[in-house]
Design a protein around this ligand. Sequence first.
Ligand SMILES: O=c1ccn([C@@H]2O[C@H](COP(=O)(O)OP(=O)(O)O[C@H]3OC[C@@H](O)[C@H](O)[C@H]3O)[C@@H](O)[C@H]2O)c(=O)[nH]1
Length: 201
Amino acid sequence: MAQKETNGSNGEHTTSRPPPTPSPLRFSKFFQANLRILVTGGAGFIGSHLVDKLMENEKHEVIVADNFFTGSKDNLKKWIGHPRFELIRHDVTQPLLVEVDQIYHLACPASPIFYKHNPVKTIKTNVIGTLNMLGLAKRVGARILLTSTSEVYGDPLEHPQTEAYWGNVNPIGEGYPRGEHTHSWVRHYSWPHFITEFEFQ
Ligand SMILES: O=c1ccn([C@@H]2O[C@H](COP(=O)(O)OP(=O)(O)O[C@H]3OC[C@@H](O)[C@H](O)[C@H]3O)[C@@H](O)[C@H]2O)c(=O)[nH]1
């Protein structure tokens, strides 16, 4: 049952509720102890290496959803046709309903030449795409990992950056998921999640 709580810092009322129960399909007799895992952006550089790692485990079924904006089927060619692997051409700005246990959300143009190509679309991918994946996680009871970027700090003046540092932020950094962007959603639903920020040197 939803309970009213007072947030000590600003006196605002927030609603906390227990996390939704996982999909009953997970416990049905048709579920064969496999972990079904969705990787958005799985045709990209990091995504395809993640898929390679996940596919090593014979109990894993992996579904990749990618619009191939920067990724390629070539990165996944060794898995195409594999019985534990599925590839879907899908744009995460559109809802996706698949029964999965885990979601790795990596779909986004990752380097300046691509994310500046259509900045409005990039923001839609970051905001609507992430909300769609959070919504899917909630609906089917999946755990979710959101991949962010060190660009959330822009051109930082401090190294290393902690979550308390706001950085010199540019529009791509603003659009990417960061703790506070998804904080209200996750807090509202008490949902298990992780946000990780990549930085390549
Ligand atoms: O709208 C989009 C944009 C991009 N994508 C896909 O997302 C994937 C991104 O992979 P790329 O090889 O371009 O980039 P990377 O693997 O380096 O990026 C990865 O690490 C850094 C994170 O910030 C990115 O979110 C993550 O995808 C591609 O397969 C691309 O086609 C979508 O599925 N939808």
